[in-house]
Design a protein around this ligand. Structure first.
Ligand code: ATP
Ligand code: MG
Length: 429
């Protein structure tokens, strides 16, 4: 079950006279009877030496250089053994290690890893497992245990708290009591982690088969509130929690079936509770119309969330579209329905509506059913030819729908740049 790229890398390094081992999640998962997601290689060859051996090799990372070796679709991470962390290493005031780029021996590398089961090395020379940290025993017992002093290790890198929840659930292992104990107390250290790294870690922990269990674990250990405080404050409402769990379960099922999953959809679900609430406030107190309230609420909630978990623009934009379409989906007219259905985010917005309907207001179920029928309905007359014109693009449809939603706004829109006829677009709605 070891990938061909991994074997090729291991043998190439070996034949060049270096030590090379398969390590990390790949070894751990194989020994635990799970199909590994990827394989990592550890070697005593330095990055420049690795680069000379492989045609498609890229050096990445500033703090600690890692080699990405590519074999077709497969990308392997090849890392040089890391040296021990000592008191000489620069740390911030919470204990987080700031600079760490010393190379070391195999043994030092083992003790630098997070959990004992992640520090097992597969040696191709004699097909043995090298185990310095008692990982094999823990693997047999189903225990996830940090190497070394747990508090110190969490302080060095607080992301290990998220990894503990994720890996324990993935393997169906229990957290060793000493590994579990400090998490609640240290959970606030997540604030020290760069927000961009947390974005990736949140995806790993929630956009996976064990997403529902991981959300539960993150909340039990008080980690979730440091990632999404505004959401945590509202998850006491049974319907909000059910909604989020349903979204996670949906994604998990898609992953199970090898279907693509969208980070934007996940994040839209994660921040829906505070967005919905804020939108309602803006409607009730400020008298905003529904779709404007939703747009403003989305913008505010994302901006605040980004202080902790940085959501890249390429995901923030579709998230806001999914949300603002929730308001637009409440307005049913065959003409508008046809337009909305051509929007690139329609499918996601419709799925989102279904989730809301399943986990809350029964009135939404009726609306969701209407949209289900609208999509299946062959009786709907075809789109007017100018509106169906692909060159107009989906955004045009959105603009028109928006203009049509706003009373008093002109219902006709000039064709951009006076293309072709220079005439007017089809009336919306
Ligand atoms: P998976 O790939 O299934 O998500 P993994 O354990 O392989 O799990 P990776 O992020 O691929 O996770 O890391 C590969 C290996 O690098 C780990 O098994 C571990 O040995 C080491 N490692 C990763 N992150 C850390 C960390 N924060 N602290 C110490 N060691 C780490
Ligand atoms: Mg891995």
């Amino acid at each position: 079950m070891i990938s061909p790229g991994t074997l090729k890398t291991l043998y190439t390094l070996k034949e060049a006279g270096y030590e090379a081992y398969m390590v990390g999640g790949g070894v751990r998962d194989l020994l635990a009877g799970i199909t590994p997601k990827d394989f990592d290689v550890a070697t005593n060859a330095h990055p420049e030496q690795v680069k000379k051996l492989f045609r498609a090799c890229r050096l990445v990372g500033r703090r600690f250089v890692i080699c990405h070796v590519r074999f077709g679709q497969e990308v392997l991470e090849v890392t040089t053994f890391r040296g021990a962390i000592t008191d000489m290493h620069q740390r911030d005031e919470t204990g987080r290690v700031l600079v760490d780029n010393d190379y070391g021996t195999l043994e030092e590398d083992a003790f630098r890893r997070d959990f004992t089961v992640n520090a097992l090395y597969y040696d191709i020379r004699d097909f043995s497992i090298v185990d310095y940290c008692g990982g094999l025993e823990d693997l047999k017992a189903g225990t996830l245990r940090l190497i070394g002093d747990p508090e110190l290790r969490y302080r060095e890198d607080p992301v290990r708290m998220l990894r503990a929840i994720r890996i324990a659930n993935k393997l169906h292992f229990r957290l060793d009591p000493a590994t579990a104990a400090p998490i609640g107390r240290l959970s606030a250290l997540l604030a020290e982690i760069p927000a961009a790294r947390l974005f990736d870690e949140v995806l790993k922990v929630l956009l996976c088969r064990e997403g529902v269990d991981n959300l539960y674990g993150l909340r039990v250990y008080g980690l979730f509130r440091h990632l999404f405080p505004a959401t945590e404050a509202l998850l006491g409402e049974a319907a909000q929690l059910a909604f989020l769990n349903d979204a996670l379960r949906n994604s998990a099922e898609r992953i199970e079936q090898d279907l693509p999953v969208s980070p934007a959809f996940l994040y839209a679900a994660l921040l829906w509770a505070p967005t919905e609430r804020r939108a309602r406030q803006l409607q009730d107190k400020e008298g905003h119309p529904e779709h404007l309230a939703m747009e403003q609420a989305g913008e505010e909630v994302i901006a605040r969330a980004c202080a902790r978990v940085a959501i890249p623009k390429r995901f923030a934009l579709p998230m806001r579209e999914i949300w603002s379409m929730q308001a637009r989906l409440t307005q049913r007219s065959p003409a508008r329905a046809r337009r909305l259905m051509t929007h690139p985010r329609f499918r996601a917005a419709y799925d989102f509506l279904l989730l809301r309907a399943r986990n809350g207001d029964p009135a939404l179920m009726e609306l969701a059913d209407w949209w289900t029928r609208a999509q299946a309905d062959r009786e709907l007359p075809p789109l007017p030819s100018s509106a169906a014109d692909q060159s107009e693009g989906p955004d045009a449809a959105t603009d028109e729908a928006r203009a049509a939603d706003e009373p008093g706004k002109r219902r006709r829109r000039r064709r951009r740049g006076g293309r072709r006829t220079g005439g007017e677009a089809a009336p919306a709605g």
